[in-house]
Design a protein around this ligand. Sequence first.
Ligand code: ATP
Length: 700
Amino acid sequence: MAPPTSAHPTAPSDPAAALAEEQARLASARKALARMLDTARLRVATGASVAGDRYTAETLGRMLKSHVKELAEEPDGPLYFGRLWFGDSPAAGEHRHERYYLGRRHITDESGQPVVIDWRAPISRAFYRASTRDPLGVRERRRYGWTGRHPAELTGFEDEILDGGASTDGTSRLVAGASADATSRLVAAEIERPRVGPMRDIVATIQPEQDDLVRADLDRSVCVQGGPGSGKTAVGLHRAAYLLYTHRRQMKRGGVLVVGPNPAFLRYISAVLPALGEVDVEQQTLAELVGGNPVGATDSEAAARVKHDPRMATVLHRALYHRTGEPTGPLVVPDGSYQWRVPVGWLRRIFTEVRAEALPYAIGRERLRSRVVGLLQRRAETRTQTPSGAWLRRMARCRPVTTFLDEAWPATRPEELLALLFGDPAALARASAGLLEVDEQAVLRWPPGRPRTARTATWSAADRVLLDEVAGLLDHPAGYRHIVVDEAQDLSPMQCRAVARRSRHGSLTVLGDLAQGTTPWAASDWRDQLAHLGQPDAAVVPLTAGFRVPAVVLELANRLLPELRVVVPPTRSVRTDGMVRIRAAVDLPTATTEAVAAALGYAGSIGVIAADARLPRLVAALRAAGTAVAGPDGDDGVRVTMLPASLAKGLEYDHVIVVEPVEIVEAEPRGPHRLYVVLTRAVSRLDVLHHRALPPALRG
Ligand SMILES: Nc1ncnc2c1ncn2[C@@H]1O[C@H](COP(=O)(O)OP(=O)(O)OP(=O)(O)O)[C@@H](O)[C@H]1O
């Protein structure tokens, strides 16, 4: 690879000249990008005419248009975030004395030489990994500072001398480091910047332990256990982008899916991958993955628990195969002047053989059909010529064969099977014998007197998961090459199986924190959860540096850890800023209104979080006071988000105001876990307002 420029680097002792040189280089990089954009636009214009046929023209057109869109979004942005300058040590290898600029996209000049290199290219790895201890041949690492405006302006840079020289640079001093403790002013500023709008990428400041995960092999499934704000979501999204870049064809063919806890969270993270140039990643909640939102039925907690229990997998499997039955008589098929007779013994043999093949149920039925036709063919061949293809097809669809199949291996739909199970106590008892207790069966049964059928039934969220399980028994669903599962500690075993079904030929990035488990079936051990996810041997890798939550806030939240009864490595905040204020209030709506007014005096987003039942009163109070507030989905330009505690997961706000924490604890069985989640949404400042006594862990 040729060096991006041939000039010798400016001596760091002349910062103004160095900055001027960087500005000039930026101007030429912008020109190169503009040229790429022109070329891409020209290709869109001519693409259709050069393509051989309409399909190719359309595909090419789509591709080129998205390329144009991608490039067009860039020119005003920060085109690169860092520079690597290799020295002449043997470790530099072919890169001796070379300098490389690293950004979100490749930019090339007219002659095709790289001007900016994609952060995912192999060479970029040294940017994230090199340290004074192991410089990887890098003499100097430069980080750039930009304004947030459009067009982004280069404001300065920071150098780390890695190959043994003193730490020095043109604009600031820096201790070179290879951990989240690195005291780069630019890295610290990026981590501590006020949050506005949706989540952003972290390509400029990925830390070495995060980079290891981002660049893990495609076939390696990994589970990341990390405390609040340790960058799990960021790592998962960057890993998806990395895999798409490195294994483009495989990933495009196989597909990439990100599973998140709720729509508000998905909206929050939705901009990250497109900003990295990746628009072909599906992002879904688990509910969407298993067939849309529930139509309306709700479960009692007891019923939901049973439905999410892994024993249900066996119950459903049994219920399905209880529908099959060994043939009890011969098959007789009239065929013109002939009548073919297949003895029951033959039918039993093929039935047993097909069962033993353990194919998906619907495929098993078709296999049985073709085996029956094979037997008919054998019969026919003893009397006539070799049967034609048309004859075979006719036999496969003739009434006696279909009747035989409907008895031995009836076709079924997931809704039919579930309706049978919930509506027929005998069928349920038979399928759950030795697995479910009598009272567990009772909570599954539809109440007598309100007959329901597969068509008239409404299904709950848990039912959807069971329907998906049955659909997976009937036939394998389309899978993905890679799935990123966020907040994976909250998935039930049956939900895990829905994910596992879709990654039979792929790998997983599992992200979560056992301490943040809030569902009744939340995992307390990653090994079990990984087994349900179909990846029992995946490595569990801890992330322990906290990038979101300041030390003072984390200290408060961590007081809850002992009562959460999980074993997790403690998170250490890399942020030294931050503020916590705990205040008793006589009137919570008034106190909240005042706290919001004060928070509006700072930059950044504000989240008011309370138990779901309390929130409407707070919304009303703020509106009455004339404060513009948005719901969980946010609203452009509205800085205050009102968030029920149940939807806080994965989100973050500069200033968080938690109202009456004891109500959050009392609202659900895993209330302390919920409160832990809520307290750790704060990026800079946390206000805790309470009228009643604080939960014991937060007192004192
Ligand atoms: N290397 C980094 N540089 C800068 N910011 C980072 C880095 N890693 C993470 N962050 C930021 O820290 C914040 C928390 O990250 P993220 O949401 O990925 O954490 P998480 O572990 O998923 O948190 P939670 O478990 O609470 O949902 C985000 O704003 C993210 O952009």
